[in-house]
Every structure is written in structure tokens, then in C-alpha cells.
Ligand binder design. Structure first.
Ligand SMILES: [Zn+2]
Length: 192
């Protein structure tokens, strides 16, 4: 649904739902506007026009980021299986090491090759870890293990949660920074 702005067109995908407010998001897939069911197209267009500078800036930033992306070497099925085997050997050991330091118990440990997250912890204490962690420095893996184990105490990302993480793993922020910088490239090795 194109929105005409002084001869410049911003294309956006419109998704209507039972929501009260309108929002706009810019991703690699383009511009998505989420609007309430009954909002008029004119109102939605006005919203897009009001946000056109922000949308253009965001789009330019994403384009720039894409241009600077280094090509990655994609993992084969065999590579991933090998990583999963290694993860199944290494990660339970790290969890067993840190659980008493955090002071918690845990349930099952599952290794996944997912492209969305590095780890997770269910309310029952079952832990999930991404096998791609095996491609990173061991300190990164440890920081993720401690993060998930601390969710056994705090099921949120509150100050209290991070205080507990830092008590057990003082270098946490350093290695999370590493993950922020390099994580996307490593995730990209799984897709495409
Ligand atoms: Zn978390």
C-alpha cells in the first residue's frame, strides 16, 4: 500500500489487528505498519508521512549495514551435526559447573540449531542452548550458561537478575558485547 508523499513514495505493508495504537517498524523485509482494525487509510497514511524522516533514516542505516556485511561461510548439515555433538558434550559440563555457583537446580538440557536465540530457560528449569555457541570463545558460552541459570532465580531481566549474573560471572558484559558484535555473523552461517 504505497503512500504518496510529495511525489516520493514510501511502500509499506499494512497489518491490521485488534490493537489500540499504530506503530511502524523497518526491517530487512521493508516497512511494516501495524494499525487498529478500524483506523482509516487516510489516518494511517498521515502517520506514515509524519514518520517519513525516521523511516528513511532507518532504511538507510539498514542498507548501510547490509553493504558492510562480510560474506559468511555457510555451515553444511554435517558441520551442524558435529557442532551439536560437541555442544552435547561440553554444555552440560558447563551447566553442572555453574549451577551450584548460582545456587540452583535445573531440568533437561536441549541443544538446538536455531537462528533466533542463544539460550533459554523454561519455568520448569529446562535449558536450551544454541549449538552455534561452540563456534565462539568459551567465555561467551559460559556467560550464556550463567545467564540462563540465573533465570532459575529471576524469570526476568531486572536489576536483581543482572546483579546475580555479575556476582557469578563478573566479565559478563565484556562477553555479551562480543556476542553483540559477532553473533549476527555467526547466526548468518546457519541460513541461506
Ligand atoms: Zn534472559
Amino acid at each position: 500500500m504505497p503512500s504518496e508523499i510529495n511525489g516520493n513514495i514510501i511502500e509499506y505493508r499494512l497489518m491490521r489487528s485488534r490493537r489500540r495504537t499504530i506503530s511502524v517498524e523497518v526491517t530487512d523485509e521493508g516497512v511494516t505498519v501495524r494499525a487498529p482494525l478500524k483506523m482509516s487509510v487516510a489516518e494511517i497514511d498521515k502517520f506514515v508521512i509524519d514518520h517519513k524522516d525516521w523511516i528513511r533514516k532507518k532504511t538507510a542505516l539498514l542498507d548501510e549495514k547490509k553493504k558492510n556485511q562480510q560474506p559468511v561461510e555457510h555451515l553444511t548439515r554435517a558441520d551442524i551435526d558435529k557442532l551439536a555433538d560437541e555442544a552435547m558434550r561440553v554444555i552440560p559440563e558447563r551447566v553442572a559447573y555453574y549451577a551450584p555457583l548460582v545456587g540452583v537446580t535445573y531440568g533437561r538440557i536441549t541443544i538446538r540449531n536455531q537462528v533466533s536465540r542463544w539460550g533459554s530457560c523454561s519455568s520448569k528449569g529446562n535449558l536450551n542452548f544454541n549449538c552455534l555457541l561452540m563456534l565462539m570463545p568459551p567465555e561467551v558460552l559460559d556467560s550464556v550458561v550463567v545467564h540462563e541459570l540465573c533465570h532459575r532465580k529471576e524469570m526476568n531481566h531486572s536489576k536483581k537478575f543482572y546483579a546475580e549474573v555479575l556476582r557469578v560471572y563478573p566479565d559478563y558484559h565484556k562477553w555479551q558485547k562480543w556476542l553483540e558484535t559477532h553473533g549476527d555473523d555467526i547466526m548468518r552461517r546457519m541460513t541461506g
